[in-house]
Design a protein. Sequence first.
Length: 257
Amino acid sequence: MTIKAQALFSSISPGLRDELLKAYQEILNNYIEHRWEPSELNGGKLCEIVYSILKGYVDGAYPAHASKPENMVDACKGLEKSPSSFPRSIRIQIPRVLIALYEIRNNRGVGHVGGDVNPNHMDATLVLSSSKWIMSELVRVFHDVSTEVASHAIDSIVDKTMPIVWQVNQTTKRVIDIKLSMRDKTLVLLYQNEGPLAEKKLFEWVEHSNQAVYRRDILKPAHKNRLIEYDQTDSLVYISPKGIQLVEGKILQGKSK
């Protein structure tokens, strides 16, 4: 089952829906571009929008736009008093995640120094993961679908535009970072795209000199290592969860080997 982007959150007021999708897109873009502090602050914005949606759902009428509750923690706890006829996710689970996410936004300092791991990066990673879970859960509840379908729907609506990929024209993309290996360029292009890419298009976009060699040295080893799914029958290439993890955890962080 596939949910089209325009059909997501169709029951919510257009202004509120646009604010929700924009806030999530900003969190993703800021994370990809390593702007940790804005990622945390936008997490707070998302909390306020989602709370407005939950409150509207319980009240039976959605506001035209989101508003900030006087006290986020008390407001979210208040949702737990809603009738048990409402989904537990609406009453308890999402509100409790909102409280944790809002805490990161309000009470975690920025500009940490020292140590091998940047705490701001850790915070932003938590914000991104929590935000995606919230978005997927909203889709799951509103559309009565499985967690897998909801997660896929959220992945499909965001524009994974990143600084290292250049949309040259309607038919051509290039990876700006010329230091990346052919394998990593391939993974980045697959990650940025919605759905699979044709082998020939990937070969042209990474500008490999020989398609047979590209297939032998890049696609087949990546398939064997489960970074991609290489469908040789239809000549299509899909990025795997392991490949996504490599892009987000290493390639975009400049740590790929």
